[in-house]
Structure formats: structure tokens, C-alpha cells
Design a protein around this ligand. Structure first.
Ligand SMILES: NC(=O)C1=CN([C@@H]2O[C@H](COP(=O)(O)OP(=O)(O)OC[C@H]3O[C@@H](n4cnc5c(N)ncnc54)[C@H](OP(=O)(O)O)[C@@H]3O)[C@@H](O)[C@H]2O)C=CC1
Ligand SMILES: O=C(O)C1=N[C@H](C(=O)O)C[C@H](O)C1
Length: 288
């Protein structure tokens, strides 16, 4: 034992966290992870009006104390430093409006935002610090770097297809992660995904009929059972194929990534960040 004082704790008091979508698949996973984290405290739980409102947010964990789920956004956020939101685009935007008023930071996992909604989130981030990512897992964010490197190295000679599979309850398609993968590959190839994405092919209706246009990036979505989340990017060339795949087998990875994002935001007043910022890989080398 040395005689020096132990290092100061990273955070002098637990970070106070509210969860939106508290009774959802991710909401419950997040609540369980927060309760198990000594540096975090669950101070609010939000959900859209329904049977979960009025219930104790931690009831599914047994006799664990926790806040009551509310659909009153202000009440749910009033004691929080940071909101973690895994809901729907309309819900997230409503929550962010109150976050801005109350000075509450936000970690956004919700997917399915359109361009106008993304612009609104960027606007909110001028006033409050926000981490937003379609996938909070470490693995997927490392894969995004690998994809950029692969696309740069392979260039235009390979056809790119993004294939994703999720559980039967997922409402948006393609997944936010698949779209992000497409964006990363398109950027590395000097393309604009808006111009080159192909979301459906039925073989009969123009303009999808006929040979594959070389510069397109195709998307395929599979929905079934309890698949947590699988993503493959296929680079198909002449005489060889490369497949880069990530498979989630537990939502705990998304929850743990979200908690890392909460801790990352603790020192920040405003700005829009991604999981690559949280993980410290935003500037990782991707040149081929
Ligand atoms: N970034 C990431 O790492 C991940 C992102 N996701 C994304 O998170 C989101 C939620 O996923 P998941 O937990 O599986 O979904 P769930 O449907 O299980 O949970 C969503 C929760 O939000 C509630 N909700 C619905 N609409 C609103 C609204 N307008 N305002 C407030 N709350 C609302 C739902 O209530 P009700 O049930 O009554 O509709 C439910 O409690 C999706 O967009 C999904 O793609 C999911 C996993 C990982
Ligand atoms: O809805 C889900 O479940 C998931 N959604 C995210 C997405 O749309 O990419 C992340 C993960 O794939 C699980």
C-alpha cells in the first residue's frame, strides 16, 4: 500500500438517469443495467400512456426500489442529469423539447428518424449534450470502421448489399444500423446513399427490373422470431465475395453502450456525439 490518497472518484455523486420507453424491450434492459451500476441512479421512468404508467419501473426486478413510470415528461425528467431514450421518433422529439428546457442531456437509441427529424435533433444539440447512435454496441461501432476500410480498399469493382435480420416486433426497416452501414460504405466510395440506395426489388416493376446497376447499394430486411439483431455487408466481386457480419445475441450490449454514453456526457454541456466519440474511435485510421 502506498501512502498516497486514493484517486478521486470519477463522479463525485451518482449520475441521475431517466429512461424513456421504460416498459419496452430496451427500457427494461436499461433499467436493470442502471440499477446494477453503483455510479448511476435511476431517478425517472417515462412511457407513453398505457398500462405501465403508475407501475414501479423496477417491479419486473422484484423488490427493488425505483421511480414510478409516468407519462408526464416534465415529472419524469425533473430530477435527471441525463435521459436515455429508446422509444419512437415522435416520442424522442417530444422528450428532447423538455430536456432542452430543463438542461437534461440525452442518449438517443431510437431509430427511424427522417432527415427533418435528424435536423431537429442537431438543433437541440446546440443547447444540450446528446449522444445519438442507431447501435450502441461496441462491436457494431468497430464494424463501421472495418466497413470504411474495406470499401476504400475494394473500390467500385464490388457490388455492395446490406442484409439485416431482426425480431418480428421491429417496426422500422431497414434497421438504423443497416442504414448507417450503408452511409459509411457510400461515403468511403464517394457516393451519396440517398442517390444510390435500393430498398426493394420485385423483379417486375420498373425501374428495378433488369441488371443490377453497379453503383447501387442494396438493402434486404428479414423479420422473424426473437432475432436480436444481425447485420451483414456483402461485397460481391468477380471471383470472390467478402462478408462482414455482426450478430447481437443479447440487448445487454446496447444497454452497456448506452451507460458508457451517459458517463461520456457527464463532462459535456452541449454538442451532438456518436458512439465513435464515446468509444474514442472517431478518428480511427480507415485508409486502405
Ligand atoms: N441504438 C441501439 O443500440 C438500439 C436501438 N433500438 C431502437 O430503440 C427503439 C425501441 O426499441 P425496443 O425497446 O425494442 O421497442 P419497444 O417497442 O419494446 O419499446 C419502446 C417503448 O417506447 C414506448 N413508446 C412508443 N411510442 C412512444 C412515444 N410516442 N412516446 C414515448 N414512448 C413511446 C413503447 O410503448 P408501447 O409499448 O405502449 O408502444 C415502449 O414502451 C427502436 O427504435 C429500436 O430500433 C433498439 C435496440 C438497440
Ligand atoms: O429494434 C431493434 O431491436 C434494434 N434496432 C436498432 C437498429 O434499428 O439498428 C439496433 C439493433 O439492430 C436492434
Amino acid at each position: 500500500m502506498s501512502g498516497t490518497a486514493p484517486p478521486a472518484p470519477e463522479h463525485p455523486r451518482p449520475l441521475r438517469v431517466a429512461v424513456a420507453g421504460a416498459s419496452g424491450r430496451m427500457g427494461r434492459m436499461l433499467i436493470e443495467a442502471i440499477v446494477a451500476s453503483p455510479d448511476l441512479r435511476l431517478t425517472g421512468a417515462l412511457d407513453i400512456a398505457g398500462p405501465s404508467v403508475g407501475q414501479r419501473a423496477t417491479a419486473f426486478l422484484g423488490d427493488v426500489p425505483g421511480p414510478t413510470i409516468t407519462d408526464d415528461i416534465r415529472a419524469g425528467l425533473q430530477s435527471a442529469d441525463t435521459l436515455i431514450d429508446f422509444t419512437r421518433p415522435a416520442g424522442t422529439l417530444a422528450h428532447l423539447g423538455v430536456c432542452r428546457e430543463l438542461g437534461v442531456k440525452a442518449v438517443i437509441g431510437t431509430t427511424g428518424f427522417d432527415e427533418a427529424e435528424k435536423a431537429q435533433i442537431a438543433e437541440f444539440a446546440r443547447d444540450v449534450a446528446i449522444v445519438m447512435a442507431p447501435n450502441m454496441s461496441v462491436g457494431v461501432n468497430v464494424v463501421l470502421k472495418l466497413l470504411a476500410m474495406a470499401a476504400k480498399a475494394l473500390g467500385d469493382g464490388y457490388d455492395v448489399e446490406v442484409i439485416e435480420a431482426h425480431h418480428r416486433h421491429k417496426i422500422d426497416a431497414p434497421s438504423g444500423t443497416a442504414l448507417k452501414m450503408g452511409e459509411v460504405v457510400a461515403a468511403a466510395l464517394g457516393r451519396d446513399l440517398k442517390e444510390c440506395a435500393v430498398y426493394a426489388r420485385d423483379g417486375y416493376s420498373a425501374p428495378d427490373r433488369g441488371e443490377r446497376a453497379r453503383s447501387t447499394i442494396g438493402f434486404s430486411s428479414i423479420r422473424g422470431g426473437d432475432i436480436v439483431g444481425d447485420h451483414t455487408v456483402l461485397f460481391a466481386g468477380d471471383g470472390e465475395r467478402i462478408e462482414i457480419t455482426h450478430k447481437s445475441s443479447s440487448r445487454a450490449t446496447y444497454a452497456q453502450g448506452s451507460l458508457r454514453a451517459v458517463r461520456f456526457l457527464a463532462g459535456r454541456a452541449n454538442g451532438l456525439f456518436g458512439m465513435d466519440d464515446v468509444l474514442g474511435i472517431a478518428a480511427a485510421e480507415v485508409s486502405a
